[in-house]
Design a protein around this ligand. Sequence first.
Ligand code: ATP
Length: 344
Amino acid sequence: MLKLQCKQVFDSFNLDVDISINDFNVLGVFGPSGSGKSSLLHAIAGLNSARSVYINNKNITHLAPDKRALTLQLQSCPLFPHLNVLGNLQFTQKHCKNKSTTLTLERVSALLNLEPLLNRDVSGLSGGEQQRVIFGRTLLSGQSVILLDEPFSALDWHTRFNMLSAVQELNKQHAIKFIIVSHSLKELLFCSDTLLHIVKGKVLAEGNAQQVANAIYASNNQTPLSVLNYSNQQFDENFQVYKLTLNNSNQSLYVAPEHIKKNQKLIVESAQITCSKAKPSATSDCNVLIGVFEHAKLINNQYQLTITVDTQLIYCTASKRQWQQNEVNKGELLYVSINNLETN
Ligand SMILES: Nc1ncnc2c1ncn2[C@@H]1O[C@H](COP(=O)(O)OP(=O)(O)OP(=O)(O)O)[C@@H](O)[C@H]1O
């Protein structure tokens, strides 16, 4: 639960937020640069003043930042240069008091794949490696509410998705609530259950992450990303790929191991998806699912299509010429081809 009332006036910017979010596990905060995302985190953490702040039903408005039982990881928070990676992690582990999680250094290192870095000098770490170590240090502060400001911006997508899966795992296993600021809807869709959209200091929308994200895509005339949840994964030794069974479905996808994430979510770009009434012939890397056509919307001279594959929504585009030749009606079956999942 998060309640925040906050008004802040700068020369050229006003932050005016009054939100009450009853329940969330991972709350994503999305908005363009300069929209007030960091200021909002600072208000929750007590670095900026706020009229009222409640977290987990506790009024923390008048508590000093270090008494709020939360940790804020700023966009830039340097490591100690005189300690190696292990030393940096041990320092936090030793000096942070009043912990409410039982996370150990070993568990954090394993979860974030920090073992190979532990004896490294921090000055030699890449930007992405530093971000992973900083996140490890944040976790070792032991707080059950963690605020992260663009925590994984320097990571490649593969590693970023691994970190975001770790966020969800930490939420499930250690009941840590996360509030994550990001410019990337893709990463927030992957890890958040609730999303807050902030523009020019005002909250435009809050609620279910997929619904808020779809409204943002619609307002920008963009096709949403498809989020596919799967429940079961089996490794095929012969072809070295995983067979995923989609949730509430007996349809499967074959994917390269790098796409397998602990939170069992697959994010697919609309550019990877095509659909047709006729069964497509086999191509070099293509999974084919059977879906039901829901609706089409003409945007910028192309159709944006929504298709249901059992209970999951898939979004793709079709050229105006192709789609109008097809004459597909709501409820008709379509073959949905998803490319580039089996190859790297
Ligand atoms: N202490 C301050 N004094 C004056 N202006 C400030 C102060 N803090 C923030 N601002 C202004 O408030 C606006 C919002 O800043 P904020 O850092 O919260 O945005 P943001 O959405 O996190 O941006 P980014 O994504 O670029 O990090 C900016 O225009 C910034 O210059």
